[in-house]
Structure formats: structure tokens, C-alpha cells
Design a protein. Structure first.
Length: 211
């Protein structure tokens, strides 16, 4: 039986600006951001405009920004594929879910799986790096279920709510992800990225077609 889902990933567009800014201005959302949280609304907007802008045609992009979208819930979160090294075929994945009630559910897992699939099979990466704070238990479980290996621990790397927390660094290689991908494909035909793109296009056309 073909796998059905209401969750998709798509390229972030300028039309997503207000949604992403709203997420990043939420203290609960910024609590999980990698690095220092941007507090000024103006700086938040400038940062997002830069992120969602397009690179010139003759420039090799160093980052790709994706929206986790759902036909049921609308935009759910933001995925950043950044620090892309085309020569070394590696990049970092940062995933943030804007809707708090969905952060621990399977929708987040599907979005993360899609982004990782995109990194390996569309961008032809060999290695994906992931960084997670020690207080972020749902993300740690998700990353470790993907087959990623914890390769480093940076002690007391970040301060949140007046306390120091460690930063965990994970690495996932394409052969390791291939095994997970093959397992999903055997259990759920139609789970592949190409089928997901076709399903999103069909859902979008259906939404745009008047009843």
C-alpha cells in the first residue's frame, strides 16, 4: 500500500516571511535556536529576508531553506541546510518547528526525514552534520533514530534561562541513511521524495481549483 501523508517540504519563499518572523519572535521558539537568539524584531526581519532571498545565478548557494508544510495544519516549521561544502559534499541541517504542539509528533519526523533525503539524493551530499542542545530531548531522539552518531560534546556551550547546557554534535553518512531509507521503502512504498513532490503538487492544484 502506498504511503500517504499530509506533510511536505518545499522551498521557502518570500511569502513565508511573516510566518517565519512570527515564529522567531516567539521566545519559546527562539529558545531552541542554534546560536544566539535574535531579539530585535527589525533584526529578525532582516535576517529572514536575507535567508529567503535568492542567490545570483552565477553564485553557488551556501544555504537552502525549506518549509515543512502540511495540507492539514499549514506551515509547521523551518529547515535550514547551511554551511554547504560542495567540494567535501557535506552540510549542516538545522530544523525548527514553529507550532509547539507538533514538535514531538510524527509530522516533525517526516519533515526531518524529507530534508535529509533531499540533502543526500538531490544535493548529492555524503555527510550531514546536526547540532542539538542537551535540553532538547525530542530532537535528540529524532536525530538518533535517523542513525546519526554522536561524535562530540561541547560542555556548557550555551546559556538558557540562566543555566549552562552542553551541545551535542552528530554526523550522518549517506551509506547509513541509505539503510534507513531502504527500510522505509520496503515498508511503505510511495514514501520516496519524488512521490512526495507529486503528491504536494496534486494537493496544491486541488486547493487552487474552485469547488
Amino acid at each position: 500500500m502506498a504511503y500517504k501523508t499530509s506533510v511536505y517540504i518545499r522551498r521557502a519563499e518570500r511569502e513565508d516571511l511573516d510566518t517565519v518572523v512570527q515564529w522567531m519572535e516567539d521566545p519559546d521558539f527562539s529558545h531552541f535556536l542554534y546560536g544566539e537568539a535574535t531579539r530585535s524584531p527589525r533584526r529578525v526581519r532582516e535576517q529572514i529576508i536575507t535567508m529567503l532571498g535568492r542567490s545570483p545565478g552565477n553564485t553557488v548557494p551556501l544555504g537552502v531553506y525549506l518549509i515543512i508544510d502540511s495540507t492539514e495544519f499549514g506551515p509547521i516549521g523551518l529547515i535550514s541546510l547551511n554551511n554547504i561544502s560542495w567540494r567535501n559534499r557535506s552540510l549542516n541541517i538545522d530544523a525548527y518547528v514553529g507550532k509547539k504542539n507538533l514538535r514531538s509528533g510524527h509530522l516533525t519526523g517526516i519533515g526531518f526525514f524529507r530534508a535529509t533525503e533531499y540533502a543526500f539524493y538531490e544535493l548529492n551530499m555524503h555527510r550531514v552534520n546536526l547540532f542539538v542542545y542537551s535540553f532538547n530531548s525530542p530532537s535528540i531522539r529524532l536525530v538518533e533514530r535517523s542513525g546519526a552518531v554522536r561524535e562530540l560534546t561541547m560542555k556548557d556551550h550555551i546559556v538558557r534561562d540562566g543555566k549552562f547546557y552542553d551541545l551535542y554534535g552528530y554526523g550522518l553518512l549517506r551509506p547509513e541513511f541509505d539503510k534507513l531509507h531502504a527500510e522505509f521503502m520496503s515498508r511503505a512504498p510511495g514514501y520516496d521524495l519524488e512521490s512526495n513532490v507529486r503528491a504536494w503538487e496534486e494537493a496544491t492544484r486541488a486547493k487552487e481549483t474552485p469547488a
